[in-house]
Design a protein around this ligand. Structure first.
Ligand code: MLT
Length: 404
């Protein structure tokens, strides 16, 4: 008889955003007349921009003609997109990254879940607490985390990097060694960002210990502070220790279209093996390439018009971030983030737990957010709001919260 992967049994409950969707679904069935405003999951609400739509239409037409029809995409991505990424996201920032170090994919979530496959099962992971749940859950499924301890809310075999008010929600270097380190900056969920100096410390640490950093840069388009790097490769030595993940979801609104990429430099080697070669092998075996029409849409993001339009999207959401953070502060809440990031991390009032505040806000203000504890035990007593709503809904949500 077949046996199942028992490591799945160590996962805690259902995926955070599925739990929230279920709770909100139940509430709207009970109260069908209430207008619920969703500032929970970080899903965008603005439509795709004209340059992207034009590229999609043209690519669809090409697919309908025998001469321009395309079958399987190259496993690692079309050259036109890899070149656009390389020129715009790296070369223009002075980062030494080549086109053949870029692996086009269907998003940063799958990449961040899959990347652990190229590491040994007994490698130890280091994750921030609070953290984007995919980093931990994918390692639980792979049997890398040890058992879960209900009391602490933590896995025995994981090194947790506490991100608290005291350290400005930026992780300090760990005392215990860790092999695979997940960093996300600007951070999901706390909305804070690592300065170049802080990130350089991590790069130096990884090079000294032989660790590898998985750097999730999904929110880099939201950076406004000069001292916050857009790429880990702005740091010296990062080519030898870091993999970087990017998404087209949060900057260009591709959450429903799906596109991202991973950068694995050729200088990144462990035990004499190139991680670039390993990831290429994995990609070629398990992935048939992002759709041609989506890659053309991705290319359009880097066109002159595309870049202008994407700036407009980011500015739109950042206006929401400003409204949320300043509204909360005026009403006496403690709030963080929302400056280099579309996420606002607020302290729950009067010592309320994260889930109690979730229920309270849902029932009393009909506003949905994400309980901080869903991202880890250090998130208890915090709550995340996203700036990805419309201006109108965001203002209304803030008014409702402040009136409570
Ligand atoms: C979030 O809300 O944390 C994000 O939407 C998650 C994601 O991008 O998968």
């Amino acid at each position: 008889m077949v046996r199942i992967n028992s490591d799945y049994g160590k996962l805690q409950g259902s995926y955070l955003f599925s739990t929230i969707a279920k709770k909100v679904g139940q509430y709207s069935e009970e109260q069908p007349d209430r207008k619920i405003i969703r500032l929970g999951i970080g899903d965008v609400t603005r439509p795709l921009t004209p340059a992207v739509i034009k590229a999609l239409h043209e690519a669809v037409d090409e697919m309908g003609e025998e001469k321009t029809f395309r079958g399987y995409a190259p496993d690692l991505g079309y050259d036109f997109l890899r070149k656009a990424i390389c020129d715009n996201d790296y070369r223009s920032r002075g980062c030494d990254i080549g086109q053949d170090e870029i692996f086009v994919s269907d998003g940063a979530k799958p990449d961040s879940g899959n990347i652990q496959e190229i590491f040994a099962k007994d490698d130890r992971i280091g994750v921030c607490d609070p953290v984007y749940p995919v980093y931990i859950d994918s390692n639980v499924m792979a049997g890398r985390t040890g058992d879960y301890d209900i009391k602490s809310g933590r896995y025995a075999g994981v090194v947790y990097l506490d991100c608290t008010k005291e350290n400005g929600f930026c992780p300090d270097l760990p005392e215990e060694d860790c092999d695979i380190i997940y960093l996300c900056s600007p951070n999901n969920p706390t909305g804070t960002a690592l300065t170049k100096d802080r990130l350089q410390d991590w790069v130096d640490y990884a090079n000294k210990k032989g660790s590898v950093i998985i750097f999730d840069a999904a929110y880099e388009a939201y950076i406004s502070d000069e001292d916050v790097p857009h790429s880990i490769y702005e740091c010296e030595g990062a080519r030898e220790c870091a993999i970087e993940l990017h998404s087209f979801s949060k900057n260009a609104g591709f959450t429903g279209l799906r596109l991202g990429y991973a950068t694995v430099p050729k200088d990144l080697k462990r035990e004499g093996v190139s991680l670039n070669t390993l990831w290429a092998r994995r990609h070629a075996t398990k992935y048939n390439g992002a759709p041609y029409i989506v890659q053309r849409a991705g290319e359009a993001v880097y066109s002159y018009e595309g870049r202008k339009e994407i700036r407009g999207l980011v500015d739109y959401y950042m206006e929401n971030a400003r409204v949320i953070r300043s509204g909360l502060e005026k009403a006496g809440y403690e709030a963080y983030g929302g400056v280099n990031s579309p996420y606002i991390w607020m302290k729950t009032p009067e010592g309320m737990s994260s889930w109690d505040f979730f229920d309270y806000l849902l029932r009393e203000a009909n506003v949905v957010g994400t309980p901080g504890v869903g991202f880890g035990s250090c998130g208890e007593g915090y709550f995340r709001l996203t700036a990805f709503g419309s201006h109108e809904n965001t203002r209304e949500a803030v008014d409702r919260i402040c009136r409570l």
